[in-house]
Design a binder for this molecule. Sequence first.
Ligand code: ADP
Ligand code: MG
Length: 245
Amino acid sequence: MAMIKLDQVSKYYRSDETVSVGMKNISLEFELGEFVAVTGESGSGKSTLLNVISGLDGYEDGELFLFGEETSHYTIADWERYRGTYIGFVFQSYNIIDSYTVYQNVMLALEIQGYDKHERKQRALDLIEQVGLTSHKNHKASRLSGGQKQRVAIARVLLKAPSILVFDEATSSLDSGSEQAILKSLREIAEGHTSLVIAHRLSTIENADRFIVVDQGTIVASGKHQELLAHQGIYSELHRQQCKP
Ligand code: ADP
Ligand code: MG
């Protein structure tokens, strides 16, 4: 049984005059532990796909199965429970407190999550270690680089031990070296989780288990980096554009 399964799922955005396609008849499956990169041009539907999978956004046609269970009858409370239990979402903005240290930021998140007072300290230090920030644990967030801030944001998401980690362009504002370093360590950090990563620069996530290429709300290609490059399609075109000096 797939952890996540989409069967002909569609979503449209309607306003008074226009209807735009968010996603159209998408069928996909994700297994536990997969590291999947979602790519495609701006406006192609990447965020829509991940928002639907993570229960931030509803869908209208088709069926989304989570752990084998249909979700079309889910109530707002069901979606909240699903997000709260299974989803760790990392956005582009870090949402960390600049005047707090790395340690204080992680401790605060543990407190908010209701962790036992006696467990918090050790848990915080473990998480900081996991994301490679031990030597910076007493640095104020304001003194961190963008990449280090993103690591704090990742630590805070990991404390929930989510089954599904979702990165929507979370590293896109970083320089490509920092992005690559974070995505590389994310692979190790996220072992045992299913990770869905939207990254603009293909070169930074070449080692993903699978790439999904989205265009105008549909999946136009899916496979490993080398396989997709070998075909003259939208993926190799994106890659070629990005490799231009
Ligand atoms: P991407 O993340 O690949 O840039 P999106 O999933 O954000 O693409 O958008 C897919 C399409 O849906 C685009 O045409 C976009 O304009 C449209 N869209 C996305 N969000 C909304 C919204 N809240 N209201 C109306 N249209 C939207
Ligand atoms: Mg987007």
